[in-house]
Write a protein that binds this ligand. Structure first.
Ligand SMILES: [Zn+2]
Ligand SMILES: [Zn+2]
Length: 392
């Protein structure tokens, strides 16, 4: 057995030795769902566990109470496992983030066993609010992912995939200001802000036929007027624009805004708009060299990893903002049948089931094995780095 195989076996044994504790922790987070920035119990349990396992823990980093960093070892390479642990309002852990958190924790502890004798550092970075606000977006701008060599996160899903795609995503809020009037007695005195918005909305529908197939524009009306007998003097909507890359997102911005300008032009209402640039999600850049190492390790564990040919496999993730700063992967591990989609009560139930536990343990093992590759294989590190630099 080669040294690398030997080290990987030790990482697997380490996860197996903690199997019951990892499952118990996953179930505890699952049974106590906490939404964006409220994840105090989960963050507390994860950091306490890591501290007891010998990691140096920093709590409430990046001015976020439920964000944390746990570090073991010293020197390079610095291998980070990214943890998410927020739930969905009303559904609970319908995205299975209890599995993400526990798998990253298990992988880090298994990697600790490797780092003990090789040069390098194992980290868990706890990132709140993936679902609602994009905690990693803020953490990235506050330096949380600086000075890392690789970052990994495995998301539960319907298929085993190593290279995943996620779209860049940007919010647009629009408001129209018109003039109220009695809708029957003096309609000619009014300027209808809702009409302006409907024209804008319909224009976006027309635009949609002529944009790239992978791009998405979708939205809701958040204010359509207050009283049926009053010409609406105010109307508002929230939209999301998504694209495969930032360049196309920039193109889309101009096109979509022109649609809403048309509503203002047609009705005389005044348009105000705001781009959510401070919370912009970047497209996911999966590092293929790192993903290939992960795929081999997952297959060694007995899972058949599929080639992801679909650029639509995911919506958007704030892991994209990590992937532009450090070579990163965001694979999926199959825990649910194809007809059970994430963000449903059915998926939530799977995330706390035997299949969920299997996914968690395999993800922890495969990530730790991939960390072994990174720590011991200088040639792989060079390829990961070259690919990352080449993509800039
Ligand atoms: Zn989700
Ligand atoms: Zn998720």
């Amino acid at each position: 057995m080669s040294r690398l195989d030997d080290v990987k076996k030790r990482a697997i044994d380490e996860v197996e030795a903690r199997r019951d504790e990892l499952i118990e922790l996953s179930l505890r987070i699952h049974a106590n769902p906490e939404t964006a920035f409220q994840e105090t119990k989960a963050a507390g349990w994860l950091t306490d566990y890591l501290e007891a396992a010998g990691f140096a823990v920093e709590r409430a980093i990046c001015q976020i109470d439920t964000a944390f960093r746990a570090t073991y070892g010293g020197g390079r390479p610095r291998v980070a496992f990214i943890a998410e642990y927020d739930a969905l309002a009303g559904i609970g852990h319908g995205c299975g983030h209890n599995i993400i958190a526990t798998a990253s924790l298990g992988a880090a502890i298994a990697t600790k066993a490797i780092v003990s004798e090789a040069e390098g550092t194992a980290l868990v970075i706890g990132t709140p609010a993936e679902e609602a606000a994009g905690g990693k977006v803020f953490m990235a701008s506050r330096g949380a992912f600086a000075d890392l060599d690789v970052a990994m996160l495995v998301h539960p899903g319907n298929r085993d995939v190593a290279v995943t795609y996620a779209l860049a995503c940007l919010e647009l809020d629009v408001q129209y200001f018109g003039k109220t009037a009695h809708a029957a007695a003096r309609p000619e005195a009014g300027i209808n802000a809702l009409d302006a918005l409907v024209i804008g909305y319909s224009s976006v529908n027309a635009l949609r036929q002529h944009i790239r197939e992978s791009a998405r524009v979708h939205g809701i009306i958040t204010d359509g007027g207050q009283a049926v007998n009053v010409v609406p003097g105010h109307a508002a909507a929230a939209f999301l624009l998504r694209a495969e890359d930032d360049d196309y997102l920039e193109e889309l911005k101009d096109k979509v805004l022109a649609c809403f300008r048309a509503g203002a032009e047609a009705t005389g209402a005044r348009l105000e708009h705001r781009w959510g640039e401070d919370a912009r999600y970047r497209a996911m850049r999966s590092n293929r060299a790192l993903a290939e190492a992960y795929r081999r390790n997952m297959e060694a564990l007995g899972r058949q990893v599929q080639e992801d040919d679909s650029h639509r496999s995911m919506g958007s993730t704030d892991m994209g903002n990590v992937s532009v700063l450090v070579p990163a992967i965001h694979p999926t591990v199959a825990i649910a049948p194809p007809d059970v989609s994430i963000h449903t009560p059915e998926f939530r139930d799977v995330a706390g089931s035997e299949a969920g536990h299997r996914g968690l343990l395999d993800a922890a093992k495969a990530m730790a094995m991939t960390a072994a590759d990174v720590l011991l294989d200088a040639d792989l590190r060079r390829r990961i780095e070259e690919e990352f630099r080449g993509g800039e």
